[in-house]
Design a protein. Structure first.
Lengths: 649, 313
């Protein structure tokens, strides 16, 4: 039987002594102990077999998943020898995966898919030797890490890639701590299992106190080859959607009314199109395990458990909740934020959140990650002991897109006319001070009376004429077949919880809840601003920035080194797009001044906008793309070039 | 060790040094400026200028993302080739070209057999097929179509094929141009031009004109609609009109609206790609064409029950 040491976390006696309790949230630890000693190197190594009370069968090591993701986990093992240290060897090769009892082919790392946990320490310089045993090129991108651009791992942008039967050594210093992940940036290998988690321990004390930690790596798995999935999407955009509106549900009085269906049909828009790829082919995974595998994270009642949640999916936005437990968000995209207690949160592809949960009772809890279209879910158990499971709640009804998702602003939401307009140029606190007028920069719909859904036959005819009006976008947006629609009235939706979550009866995280724990490193005003439109065509399955696919352009998005720029992303499509910039953090303009949350990936809701300030401080060329793998593959990708000020003039 | 590897390590080390001051606590909120970023100031390279006089329009306490942006011009960068400095143009150029092709420039195809059915009418049994394939990218495609019909035990009644260049002209519609070849009832060659796409309310429509080498002008217009009854059970009404600019005696076609097909097919998608169906079709010869048929002793109209398969890959 395998011995599984339990990490003790970093909670120690000094963490509570001498603290001004009122000044600090219980999850925040001082940077140093009161006696002045730093916590570095003083990790308590109680290696109890606390969790090993279950059956030995439950602990039998499955071969297709790495040690950290075994079906029953007592928590992370801090010094797992093969995946930490200054020299790490990683081998990319074909693997066979067993998920919910079914076996399929995948691409893994060091024999497993997902790959091993890479545990590092802030301040170290790491060398990662990646051997490619495939018959095709591969690569590893270190998602969210700040590093020299030629170590970023994107073939054709940062380096030539890793040829078959060769080894490439990545070398870079670690300038940050937190939860990250890695994945292939070659072809569609990521969808085949070529990804894994990264945890970087802080050089000093961890601002988050916890007794135990678990990695929750969410992903989507299909037995179909990713190239075939992409081909089906191109041949038939709605191929995977078996939750479309149909006559049968209309006769049952479900979904849209006849008038709404007609209005949406007039626009050739499908409100049931929430996810491109669904549970009709996907199994949703936690740490490589399907719902039936019931991956279990152990805890002892009363502990503070840190969950390092990573969405490593190719195409799936998840809504995560743990019925019966408050989830306190303490970090976003690796960086600490002021704790936000929520009941549920949406995690877009490629985002990470760290959360604290405090299960007090001797009972199991189900961690449920529903796909945004509610066609399926990933499930894990938080349990005091192996074999103790909690009931899994049923899937909730699938959401339908709204007029707002089509960029019609607040027209159909029935929001009271007094509701403040979300204007990033005028956050509520400034408006309250009389410094600006929200919404002054954008046309306002006549919201004097909430517009009834049923009355939208009238609205539909209006929209028919305005759903693709290039007068609503700058002339940087190309008039191509890629642009199916243009949001007539896009609004900042960072105060909204995401599709299908606006009507739940508990608290759901919104981007505006996130406030950086530390002051932003660069608090200058942006020197300039730019706007980028997220465009697409569901019928032809084309995706692009500003109407031009990556295959159709050669000039990058230009920045000068050190330049600070305000970037506004406008979603002209009815799908969400998690937009990821390599090699940088950016500050979301969500009304928090110099404590703006810093992210590497931001989800732009349908018909919505997101504004961020970027300090282009990393010289070189960087990939910038939608992290929906098949959107990127279809063309929603660009290069961000950062040049020295003297050279680029 | 290769030169590239050495260069890599050197750059990594320089990078580490350049950012050594990054983890500094934010306890000293030094005013930063474009000329003097905090990390340079920390190294004594420059002195940050004091905060500019407060703009009365701005909250004096505001900083970071609360500040309004300026209007500096954007720089111009022609090519994303910075990695050439590290790895060399020879190593980067082919990979760079490949990833651009890979992200949006891929070529794909689809073969669709829309109709493959047996028709039963008045005791006679016939068959009909209609299919098309496309090959190419998002904008430019080669489209090949074929359709035809006949009665079992007899000579094929109608058979034709088309090869068309197809180009996307807007989000929903393609223009097409190419050749049409009739094999039955008579071998004829036409130039073909038309448009097809998805109209509002989810109607698939197409309209094509054909000009034969003999100078005859024909037209064909079709529309169909998929009514989902359940997620897999789909009722498809379909209408096709054929037109002619002149009489074509050999084909039994009269000038004007010559023929109308009204079909109703109910298919069950066992998979999206594999859907057996049943249905009813009605064909009416119209106007002068009907007269010609009656003169030949044929029925001007016929209704058939059909059973068939819709399949694609």
């Amino acid at each position: 039987m395998a011995v599984m040491p339990v990490p003790a976390g970093n909670s120690r006696d000094c963490s509570v002594a001498g603290l001004d309790a009122a000044a600090r949230h219980p999850y925040l630890l001082p940077m140093q102990c009161p006696d002045g000693s730093s916590m570095d190197g003083k990790i308590d190594r109680r290696t109890l077999l606390r969790g090993a009370v279950g059956s030995s069968a439950a602990f039998a090591l499955a071969t297709s998943v790495p040690t950290w993701a075994q079906p029953v986990s007592a928590g992370l093992v801090r010094d797992y020898p093969s995946v930490s240290g200054d020299d790490i060897r990683l081998t990319v090769d074909h693997v066979m995966r067993t998920i919910d009892g079914r076996t399929s082919h995948g691409i893994g790392i060091n024999g497993t898919a997902p790959g091993p946990l890479i545990r590092l320490r802030e301040g170290q310089t790491v060398r990662l030797h990646v051997e490619n045993r495939l018959e095709e090129d591969t690569s590893i991108h270190w998602h969210g890490l700040l590093l020299p651009f030629h170590m970023d791992g994107v073939p054709g942008i940062s380096f030539p890639g890793i040829a078959p039967r060769s080894t490439f050594t990545y070398t870079f210093p670690l300038r940050q701590a937190g939860t990250y992940w890695y994945h292939s940036h070659s072809g569609l290998q990521e969808q085949m299992g070529h990804y894994g988690p990264i945890v970087i321990d802080p050089a000093g004390a961890d601002p988050v106190a916890f007794d135990r930690e678990h990695v929750i790596l969410l992903s989507d798995h299909s037995p179909m080859h990713p190239h075939l999935i992409f081909r089906k999407l191109k041949q038939m955009g709605g191929y995977f959607n078996y939750q479309k509106q149909a006559l049968a549900d209309q006769l049952r009085g479900e979904g849209q009314s006849a008038g709404e269906r007609a209005a949406w049909g007039a626009m050739r828009m499908d409100p049931a199109d929430v996810a491109d790829v669904t549970a009709s082919t996907y199994t949703y995974l936690v740490n490589g395990h399907g719902p039936r595998d019931s991956w279990t994270a152990l805890f002892t009642p009363g502990e503070r458990v840190r969950l390092r949640i990573i969405n490593a999916s190719a195409m799936t936005t998840f809504n995560v909740r743990i019925p019966g437990l408050k989830i306190t968000i303490v970090a976003a995209d690796g960086l600490p934020v002021r704790p936000v207690p929520v009941d549920e949160f949406q995690i877009a592809v490629a985002e990470t959140y760290d959360a604290i949960v405090e299960p007090a009772d001797e009972r199991a809890y189900a961690l449920v990650a529903e796909s945004v279209d509610r066609s399926g879910m990933a499930v894990a158990m938080l349990s005091p002991r192996a074999g103790m499971i909690a009931p899994v709640p049923p899937l909730r009804p699938r959401p339908l897109a709204t007029m707002k998702d089509m960029g019609m602003g607040d027209m159909d939401h029935g929001a009271p006319a007094s509701a403040p307009v979300n204007d990033p140029a005028c956050p509520p606190e400034h408006a309250a001070m009389g410094h600006c007028t929200p919404g002054a920069t954008m046309p306002l719909p006549d919201a004097a009376t909430p517009v009834d859904h049923a009355a939208m036959g009238h609205g539909g005819s209006i929209m028919q004429h305005s759903m693709r009006d290039f007068a609503n976008v700058p002339d940087t947006v190309a008039k191509t077949p890629t642009v199916q629609t243009i949001s007539p009235m896009p609004v900042d939706r960072t105060g909204e919880p995401g599709q299908g979550l606006s009507d739940v009866d508990h608290r759901v995280l919104v981007y505006r809840d996130l406030v950086a724990l530390e002051r932003n490193p660069d608090v200058r005003a942006p020197e300039r601003q730019m706007e980028l439109h997220l465009t697409g065509n569901m019928e032809r399955y084309m995706w692009a920035f500003d109407g031009r696919k990556f295959s159709e352009i050669s000039a990058p998005i230009p920045f000068l080194e050190g330049e600070r720029v305000r970037v506004r992303l406008v979603n002209d499509t009815m799908m969400t797009h998690p937009i990821h910039l390599h090699g940088h953090y950016f500050e979301l303009v969500t009304g928090h001044g110099d404590h703006a949350p810093r992210k590497h990936t931001v989800n732009v809701q349908p018909g919505g906008t997101v504004t961020f300030d970027l300090t282009a401080d990393a010289l070189g060329d960087w990939a910038f793309h939608c992290h929906m793998l098949f959107h990127m593959h279809a063309g929603m990708m660009q290069v961000v070039s950062v040049r020295p000020r003297d050279a680029a003039a | 060790m290769t030169a590239a590897a050495l260069a890599t390590m050197a750059m990594a080390m320089a990078f580490a040094q350049a950012h050594a001051g990054h983890g500094a606590p934010a306890s000293a909120p030094a005013v930063s400026s474009a000329d003097c970023p905090p990390e340079h100031a920390a190294m004594g390279h420059c002195t940050p200028t004091p905060a500019p006089p407060a703009d009365p329009a701005i909250d004096p306490a505001a900083s970071g993302t609360a500040l309004p942006p300026g209007n500096a011009p954007a720089p111009v960068i022609e090519r994303a080739d910075y990695a050439d400095r590290i790895w060399g143009r020879a190593a980067m150029a082919p990979v760079r070209a490949a990833i651009r092709r890979e992200h949006g420039g891929m070529m794909l195809s689809q073969i669709m057999v829309d109709i493959a059915e047996m028709q039963v009418r008045n005791g006679r049994e016939g068959y009909r097929w209609e299919g098309e394939g496309w090959f190419g990218g998002d904008i430019n495609r080669l489209v090949v179509k074929t359709e035809g019909e006949g009665d079992f035990g007899e000579r094929v009644e109608d058979a034709e094929a088309q090869a068309l260049y197809s180009r996307a002209i807007d989000p929903y519609f393609n223009v097409q141009a190419g050749v049409r070849q009739d094999f039955e009832p008579a071998g004829r060659t036409y130039a073909a031009v038309g448009v097809e796409g998805l109209a509002p309310y989810w109607f698939e429509i197409e309209a094509h004109g054909f000009l034969s080498t003999g100078g005859d002008l024909l037209g064909r217009v079709a529309a169909s609609y998929d009514q989902r009854i359940t997620q897999r059970l789909i009722l498809q009404p379909r209408i096709e009109l054929n037109l002619a600019a002149q009489d074509i005696a050999a084909s039994g076609i009269g000038a004007g609206l010559s023929e109308a097909d009204v079909d109703l097919r109910l298919r069950y998608e066992i998979r999206r790609e594999f859907a057996p169906y049943i249905g009813i079709t009605h064909r009416a010869r119209i106007g002068r064409t009907a007269d010609i048929a009656r003169a030949r002793g044929e029925d001007a109209a016929a209704t058939s029950f059909v059973i068939g398969l819709r399949a694609w890959f």
